[in-house]
Design a protein around this ligand. Structure first.
Ligand code: PGA
Length: 251
């Protein structure tokens, strides 16, 4: 990737569309011309409004695995595609924790998202650092084993160790040198699963990313972008993060 991919996961924020549009308006103005691909993933209800904003892509934080039917409360990949979304975050650990979303559900969602031409941002990460290798291997195989060769280049992977997500107790960001090792591990697993073509998959890092630490996570043998939670809710912090990412990525 020539530019870092910076995905903002707004989670269940902000509480009204005025604030959502204000946040997006500052971001779009400030990131114009910056060498980074910025994706804003707001709650579903703000997606149509945010699609009117320039210089950024818009994504969703989840979707269902069927395109239509009697699934009360769900939003389909087709609906997201047809309203202008480009990306969908899938399998975020908060969905497993609070809603009991399983790997098999996420696997179906990946297929559904790919089938309508959206980009799935597949989240994967270990709960226990001591079990990292096994946990990542098991999860990646379960999630990606049925991805067809034609779809490999459409995937984005977000490595998010659960203990690094800022809202978790005692959260701390990944050590950048450890990130290099874990990315090498993920690359090895992906190659054995999907072949050399998997080298095209951007690997993002997520977990307590800030404007200050972003550069330490980026690089050809580290992350090609980031998935940002808390720091994406402050226009000032997020704009600084995007600008630092662009500078760090060039060096
Ligand atoms: P954080 O969240 O940046 O607040 O740690 C990341 C995420 O949950 O995707």
């Amino acid at each position: 990737m020539t530019k870092p991919l910076i995905i903002a996961n707004w989670k269940m924020n902000p509480s009204n569309s005025r604030d959502a549009l204000d946040l997006a308006a500052v971001i779009t103005k400030e990131v114009k011309g910056v060498e980074a691909q910025v994706v804003l993933c707001p709650p579903f209800v703000y997606i149509p409004e945010l699609l009117a904003v320039d210089n950024v892509f818009v994504g969703a934080q989840d979707c269902f695995w069927e395109n239509k039917g009697a699934f009360t409360g769900e939003v389909s990949p087709l609906q997201l595609r047809n309203c202008g979304c480009t990306y969908v975050i899938l399998g975020h650990s908060e969905r497993a924790r609070h809603l009991k979303e399983t790997t098999s559900m996420v696997k179906q969602k990946i297929q559904a998202v790919l089938s309508v031409g959206l980009v799935p941002v597949v989240c994967v990460g270990e709960e226990d650092i001591a079990e990292r290798k096994t946990e990542l291997e098991v999860k990646l195989i379960a999630l990606l084993q049925s991805v067809q060769a034609k779809d490999i280049s459409k995937l984005v992977l977000a490595y998010e160790p659960l203990w690094a997500i800022s809202t978790n107790k005692n959260a701390r960001p990944e050590d950048p040198e450890d990130l290099r090792e874990v990315v090498a591990l993920i690359r090895r697993i992906l190659i054995s699963l999907l072949g050399e073509q998997s080298l095209q998959i951007p690997i993002l890092y997520g977990g307590s990313v800030s404007a200050e630490n972003i550069q330490s996570f980026l690089g050809p043998d580290k992350a090609q972008g980031v998935l940002v939670g808390a720091a994406s809710l402050s226009a000032r912090e997020f704009v600084a993060l995007v600008k630092n990412a662009a500078i760090g990525y060039k060096e």
